[in-house]
Design a binder for this molecule. Structure first.
Ligand code: DGY
Length: 322
């Protein structure tokens, strides 16, 4: 009797992902769009990975490969309890997200959205010394909340605009990094909020950072300051932000992420001093491809019992071999 052929691993791809990742997965196993019976699943940030989804997948599931650096959509503890590896996609989206952060910062400080709306509306305008003046960045202070990879990449870009860098977070970064960022100063969040001209958020979304920026924290900011959020919407209390902007407590905000995407609080939509984009931080062809390929590599390694490139809960390793 010939030995039974080993079963090909089954990869659940729950949403559309770039072709090169599908090619990798297809070469390593069989693709399906349902979670049931999958050995590994590629998930996106709107897929809630909880006990219900893990139950639906079945006990053979070995890996949740999230195609995002953030994994607040994944109940990691529930996965770990079942021995399911979770992976994310750090690194490959750092530059794209930092680029977009700077684009939004420029957009709000130089009133680009407002200007474009005016031109498109056919409103009368003419150059004069006081027309649509914005705020310059040179010599100003960028306050980075969370000086991880994306925070550092953003700060490095801000240095090129002549900004000083201060930061708050769980811990100080290496002195070499502070030096490279022109002597970036570590400080408390309170101090950062009261001293920065632009505050940019780059921490992960956790129970601890939910509504980290609320009405009280917004009131600590300078009336001339801007808030930029390209991390996760619920880190900012959107209603409080809309009120702070309306009341002139801060000068403006630039948001790529929202509390209840794709909905945006209507009060924000009514304000001219807010730049808005629809969660585009990693949205370049190159970056999305790299993210999907990294997620595919993670999933393939996991089903083979090999160390995955970017695990979130490596404590579930080593994986049982199939
Ligand atoms: C992430 O990776 O967490 C972004 O929000 C989507 O690219």
């Amino acid at each position: 009797v010939p030995p039974e052929a080993p079963q090909r691993p089954r990869f659940a791809v729950l949403r559309r992902i770039p072709e090169p990742a599908l090619d990798l997965l297809g070469a390593a196993g069989d693709l399906q769009d349902a979670i049931a019976g999958a050995d590994a699943a590629l998930t996106l940030l709107y897929d809630r990975v909880d006990d219900a989804l893990l139950d639906a997948a079945g006990p053979q599931l070995r890996c949740i490969a999230n195609v995002a650096v953030g994994y607040d959509n994944v109940d990691v503890a529930a996965c770990t309890a079942r021995g399911v590896l979770v992976t994310n996609t750090p690194g490959v989206l750092t530059d794209a997200t930092a680029d977009l952060t700077i684009a939004l910062m420029l957009s709000v400080t130089r009133r680009l959205g407002e200007g474009e709306r005016l031109v498109r509306a056919g409103a009368p305008w003419s150059f004069d010394m006081f027309f649509m003046l914005g705020t310059g960045l040179a010599g100003k202070t960028l306050g980075v909340i969370g000086l991880g990879a994306i925070g550092q990449a953003t700060a490095r870009r801000a240095r090129a605009f002549g900004m000083e860098v201060v930061y708050a977070g769980h811990h100080r970064v290496a002195e070499a990094v502070e030096r490279e960022l022109g002597g970036a100063r570590f400080m408390s969040l309170d101090e950062l909020l009261s001293s920065a001209d632009v505050v940019t958020i780059h921490c992960p979304m956790t129970p601890e950072t939910h509504h980290l920026i609320d009405a009280a924290r917004l009131a600590q900011m300078r009336r001339t300051a801007f808030l930029v959020n390209t991390a996760r919407g619920p880190i900012v209390d959107e209603l409080a932000l809309a009120a702070a902007l309306h009341d002139g407590l801060i000068a403006g905000a630039a948001l790529d992420v929202f509390e209840a995407e794709p909905n945006v609080h209507p009060d924000l939509l009514a304000l001219d001093n807010v730049a808005l984009s629809p969660h585009l931080g990693s949205a370049t062809v190159e970056t999305r491809t790299a993210m999907a390929v990294l997620a595919a590599r993670n999933a393939i390694a996991a089903v083979r019992g090999e160390p995955p490139p970017t695990p979130v809960n490596p404590e579930v390793l080593p994986l049982a071999l199939p």
